[in-house]
Design a protein around this ligand. Sequence first.
Ligand code: ADP
Ligand code: MG
Length: 732
Amino acid sequence: MSGRTVLLPRSNKNSVTLPQNHSISAVVSILGNPIEYLKGVGPYRADLLKKELQIFTFNDLLNLFPYRHVDRTRINLIRDIGPDIEFIQVAGRITSVEVLGVKSSRRLVAELKDASGSLELVWFQGIAGLQKLIQVGAEFLVYGRVSFFQGSPQITHPEIEVLVKQPEGQATLEPVYPTTEKLKVKGLGGRQLGKLTQTLINLVKERDVPENLPGHVLEYMDQEGQPQRLLGRWEAYRQIHFPTRPDLFQQAVHRLKFEELFLAQVRLGMIKSKRHRYSHGVVFGQVGEVFNKFYSEYLPFELTGAQKRVLKEIRKDTGSGRQMNRLLQGDVGSGKTIVALLAMLLAIDNGYQACLMAPTEILARQHYEGISALLKEMPVQVRLLTGSSKSKSRKEVLEMAKEGELHILIGTHAVLEEAVQFNNLGLAIVDEQHRFGVEQRARLWKKAAIPPHVLVMTATPIPRTLAMTAYGDLDYSVMDELPPGRQPIVTVHRLDDRRPQVMDFMRHEIAKGRQVYVIFPLIEESEKVDYENLLRGYENIKAWFPEPKYWISRVDGRQKQEERETNMQRFLQNDTQIMVATTVIEVGVNVPNATVMVVESAEKFGLSQLHQLRGRVGRGQEKSFCILLTSPRLNKEARERLNTLCATNNGFKIAEKDLELRGPGDISGTRQSGMLNFKLANIVQDRELLELAREMAEKILDKDPDLEASENTGLKVFLQTQHGKTQWSKIS
Ligand code: ADP
Ligand code: MG
């Protein structure tokens, strides 16, 4: 894997250069060899393998895992093909071959006959090559997904190869690899790649694939206290490609999945432990006047237990002399803002400045207004800086920040600009983290000689397993408690034809003095249609709620900044009772008087997004409602999303479900790193294995944080050879 980026220049073909970061043990291993030197490959196929499958070295091929195995002794009869068999393997003789159709429907059609019946084979690509291979009268073994065309079975683009009689009674499992059409045409189909792996496996010695797990990890006690043994590394590679027994194959998969997860956890753990031991941080040694005065006189409510706990964690980090790098996970409405404010006051008490970044202008302004109001009577200087700050006030803010007169700067990513300099920034807080890129956040670091403490607050919870892999190098706080007095939001799913009743309900709530959101989807791919829907929906609602009895705000991304702001402000001040908007208001907006959230075309939203939207209501003492409107035509997954949302208000549960439904790749708020793209393991399905890997990695690093012990040498050397594979940024 480490050789992946190494392309040998053509002129240099015969001298093997190795990547700089290879350690000695990798240099002697045959696995670093360029793939063209494997018998049966050569320069032409090597180019294809590189382009199509990113296979550059022997090692890359070794790590191309089969997606299934063929048991040649298990051959179906064509007669047995029925609707409940999806994939079949049949053997028979070709009775006809012809090319039909023209242009895009040009295809090669062959008939395959066995003792029980006949089957049609169809190809749209690679016709010329196949015509040579497939001759009438020849016998083939064929594998593929069956479909029915006008009642008769056929396979489109089957895997096909000349039938060779198998020795009786011996079941061998042959690997089939993921491949591409281009490779298939050049004789490197899913099964043919197996010939190359066979050659490779025969060539590779055990010492080329040294064990990288320490002995006490290979032999471990499971959660029930039963001794377990993982398959050795070399054996695992052999078995995953060419299993000799089904149970050994299972063990091989298990071992290699564990290895992936474990190595990732060790890497993350080492980064974290290095930061804990060596990073310098400014010290917030005392809780002073500012914090105490605010806490005793102006704090508008009693903190929840979770808020207190997180504050303690922050105090401990910031007082330790090392840099804090903490992820704060809290459900929507759990009260992260006040925690941020108190942490900033702590910074001020210790002579440092603080900065709070929000992803949108609306949010930054809202934080600014909320925090300024809370600090009205306090000797604390707070300013706002956004893209639309006027140049005069901007200049003043920049000067104050630089001179140290400014205590708290609140803003959008405008605060990241070069021009923004602090006298002594001690704490940087990033709110609603998923809108900010890694790079952007890393820029905060450079704003002080000693990097400021960093607190990253998520908009919605991230499942534990995901957090463990994507943010495993950060310290981690959870606020799993809502402020008291909150009533769960009543969530219902209604079909479009019930809109009149929904409107009646809105009217009823507005009559009680409450406010209502109506959200329309705006999805990039169908932006135009969505936008028209939004406008139509807006007109429609205006007809139901006519002026001057009712006033409506409209907020969407196409409006001019100013118009959007004005509309937002009017809703915030309760001058308008209804807010019609797209998801621009999704994150963070806080209007405690709003009690109804209506989501139009709710099936178009993701689960976490819906939860986030719902979190805009239920922020005050009043009972709140979320109404999900959809058309009656819903696919299974959409139905499941809606059901989940109606069933629970718990953001952590919803995050788990979201992960399960969508897989790790799509979850917003995850770091764009290779971390989640495991080759074999899957953090949803292999969750227990992940927990185990995490536990074992922690145990090792607790005792031996730099992997100096001789029992951990193999692991350390291996990690060094992998170095450079993943780019680790210092900050989440
Ligand atoms: P989020 O975690 O979603 O950012 P906020 O910080 O916006 O949540 O807080 C949501 C609402 O709850 C705000 O109106 C805030 O004033 C209120 N709140 C926060 N903490 C408490 C508390 N301990 N008791 C009562 N209300 C609280
Ligand atoms: Mg918030």
